[in-house]
Design a protein around this ligand. Sequence first.
Ligand code: AGP
Length: 611
Amino acid sequence: MCGIVGAVAHRLVTPVLLEGLKRLEYRGYDSAGIAVLDSTNQLARARAKGKVRGLEEVMQTTPLNGRVGIAHTRWATHGVPSLENAHPHICRDTVAVVHNGIIENHETLRAEQKRKGHNFSSETDTEVIVHEIHDKMTDGGLDLLAAVQATVSILEGAYALGVISTEEPGRLVTARKGSPLVIGVGEREHFIASDIFALLGETQRFIFLEEGDVADMRADSITIYDEDGNKVERPISETKLAADSAEKGSYRHYMEKEIYEQPQAISNTLEGRIINEKVVDESFGPDASAAFDLVKRVQIVACGTSFHAGMVAKYWLESIANLPCDIEVASEYRYRPHIVSEGTLFVTISQSGETADTLAALKEAKNMGYAHTLAICNVPESSIVRESEWALMTRAGPEIGVASTKAFTTQLVALLLLVVALGRRNGLKAEKEAQITRQLINLPAEIEQVLELDQEIKQWAKCFGDKHHALYLGRGEQYPVAMEGALKLKEISYIHAEAYPAGELKHGPLALIDEEMPVVAVAPNNELLEKLKSNLQEVQARGGQLFVFADANAPLDAAPGVKILRVAETDEVVAPIVYTIPLQLLSYHAALIKGTDVDQPRNLAKSVTVE
Ligand code: AGP
């Protein structure tokens, strides 16, 4: 979580740091701060509780200027969101540090440092890092680089660090292990950031540090050392992403923009992956084709929205590909023993590719006897992609809104490609493959049609503005779609929402039904529709208010307490993708009515890089 940015240049870097923080704010917005070495080589620091705009206001009254600096936007883990806990942390006015990650042995280090006479000004785990570096420089006589190297060697946990010191102006030292960090390579100026989007306004050239790397950066040079202290070369990659690729344009919120980008994002995900109505095996990796022949089972691990995508994939794998599939949330998977059957493909799903639980589960899985690992991911340079044997990129483009939208639908598209590729080896007929691939190619146009329901959904959302709870119902593969709809509503509108497979209602949740509990149902015209209708009647009979998204041809009628919105007729296989769209719009409009911070809902962050 937390975003870090840093710069060392021959020009003043505060504008670069502030812009970087704004672009990283999706990673956390509990506080923000900047430290620079000023014209007299003293550390100057500004911090503010809350968002980056608060920091900007502080800096209007107390401007900071310097040619080397570090900055941070926080998602609180250790210690409440407060000014004292805001980074950068400073030791004895000589060393400043920004940190993303969690230091697990911070209590031991803190106790030792207190014995040595350090006073702590924050509750953070980070503060031990700055005191340790300081002591290794002053007592140990080490230079800044050696002090950082010595410090990270005793840290347990995850870190991405930016460090500067008054003792060595013109030097920025950075290190990473378990948390993301990139180096931006400029012309006689260099940068660090938690992701490349923070720096796209400055450079298109990036170095991705390996686990345990430490880099010694000056405006004119970068020297990288591996975990053992050996000098190493890391390649420079050039991105084609434009500086404005993560901007909002004319939309009110990133979430709105990202909802509307879904037709294009899905086209991008499909591009080159279907030829002559067949899924191209090589999309998954050069050697995937032969290996897929031997896959007998699939294990999926993911978190949050990505987990919901995996749940849909389980239905698809078992019904279309005839392959057994297990799915588990990563935070549970990683902490229990598993029996791995021969020929099991291990699949992680992650928008960011940095989710700590998913990454840790993948690392565990690599030693557990799985046949292969595949990542379905949106960020090519991410840790999960780098740890996986194969990766299928979702190509959704940057997703900035904390609530995942286009990442989810492109994950579903990518997963359906996988299902078809595996299914072909398990009895899926060529005609069925052709039918599914045609449905996929047609999807962007279908979604454009569903997006036209926006104004009607906006009207519906008015019924949710004063509610505290909502129920979401679906059956079969629409159950995870209902779960995703409920997650979206609670995440951005703070309305408590739960999803149930509709047949489960009578086993308990029916007791909750009254006119204060809106019930949202997804009702495509499939073989479970009649069953779903009975479940909906149970709600109606008890005075519940039903909001049903139904297929154009579904035999359902509006009635008192039953509102129906017709979603264009769609094919059954892709229906989970199509029905996701109105649920996203409903939560977006409900959040607008509630006046919440849609893109940065309270207590959350986009990329969950802590356990
Ligand atoms: C969804 O709206 C959330 N932002 C969250 O559940 C998210 O999907 C989850 O944290 C997993 O993230 P990932 O896809 O980047 O791994």
